[in-house]
Design a protein around this ligand. Structure first.
Ligand code: GZL
Length: 308
């Protein structure tokens, strides 16, 4: 090899390593305000770090997410990030990513797959979110409450674990029980529709509270409660999770009572892991947890101004 070609090869290697990291991100969809904030944060953070982000919206369908991951593998991206819509069905495509030697990071909801198939999961403790919501409600009602529940997407960790945490706490109160429970897919429209059916099926006067697995469904339900001539936040207490701006507005107006905040800013921790892994770091923990605090009517107006 002549000196000239050696020098050119060296330049190539140098320029390649200095090239931006390319990351493929398979996102659930845009079903909620929280999800949209999360997606925006991923895009903004990639831009600020000079990462070339390939963003794929799964429109809440796992087959779309898996197709996107396969496309990232075919493109030879440096790393893949997945926010999985449901827990199961990921092993085959994760094995393909492993064969292609492309590291995978899981964000938010969990997956059921061998731990060796992904680097880490970065997420909130959904079970604790459910406990926090129930603790507030039991304290507020002295443990006497007939509750209707709007569940998130069936099979999604957020729905499974929030229900687990909430039920664990109310289980200690014999006078507290969930009288109606149904999925409303984490969306506002379905939340309104399912709440309407609850208010037809149950004597509204017998109901004490709505427990919603996210603010989006709760905001739809609040509309239904008003249209039934009841006062949300008073006749029916409203407890939820996420902390989206519209829900802070609802709390400020007295239409909702509390929410457990879910941090949508997952971009920085996600890209930090990607950069570490690509630099050869083998010591990344299998789970990186975020936490959220409970917000109520007392600070809602101020928090809304900060977030809208
Ligand atoms: C939970 C996340 C949930 C949000 C919803 O971390 O998966 O999905 O609570 C969203 O708003 O739809």
């Amino acid at each position: 090899m002549t000196l000239k070609t050696l020098f050119a090869a060296g330049l190539m290697a140098l320029s390649h390593s200095a090239l931006a990291i390319t990351v493929g991100f398979s996102q659930v969809g845009s079903e909620s305000g929280w999800r949209s904030s999360f997606s925006q944060d991923m895009k903004d953070e990639a831009k600020s770090r000079g990462i070339d982000l390939k963003f794929a919206d799964g429109q809440q369908k796992q087959e779309n997410q898996i197709r996107a991951v396969r496309s990232f593998i075919a493109q030879g991206v440096d790393a893949i990030i997945i926010a999985p819509v449901v827990e199961t069905g990921w092993t085959p495509v994760l094995k393909e990513a492993k064969r292609a030697r492309i590291p995978v990071v899981i964000l938010d909801r969990n997956i059921k797959a061998a731990e060796g198939l992904y680097v880490t999961r970065i997420a909130s403790d959904f079970t604790e979110e459910g406990r926090k919501a129930a603790r507030w409600l039991m304290d507020k009602t002295k443990g006497q409450c007939n509750i209707v529940e709007l569940q998130g997407t069936v099979g999604a960790t957020a729905a499974i674990d929030r229900a687990k945490g909430f039920n664990e706490v109310i289980g200690a109160y014999p006078q507290a029980k969930i009288v109606r429970s149904q999925t409303a897919e984490f969306t506002r429209a379905k939340g309104k529709e399912v709440m309407e059916s609850f208010l037809k099926a149950e004597d509204p006067q017998s109901l004490c509270a709505l427990w919603s697995h996210n603010d989006e469904m709760a905001l739809g339900a609040i509309q239904a409660i008003k249209e039934a001539g009841l006062k949300p936040g008073k006749d029916l207490l409203v407890v939820s999770v996420d902390g989206v701006p519209d829900y802070f507005k609802a709390m400020a107006e007295g239409d909702a009572n509390i929410t457990v905040e879910l941090n949508p800013h997952l971009g920085a921790p996600a890209y930090q892991v990607v950069e570490k892994v690509l630099a050869g770091d083998k010591g990344i923990p299998k789970l990186i947890s975020t936490t959220g605090e409970v917000f109520g009517q007392d600070t809602a107006a101020t928090e809304y101004q900060k977030r809208k």
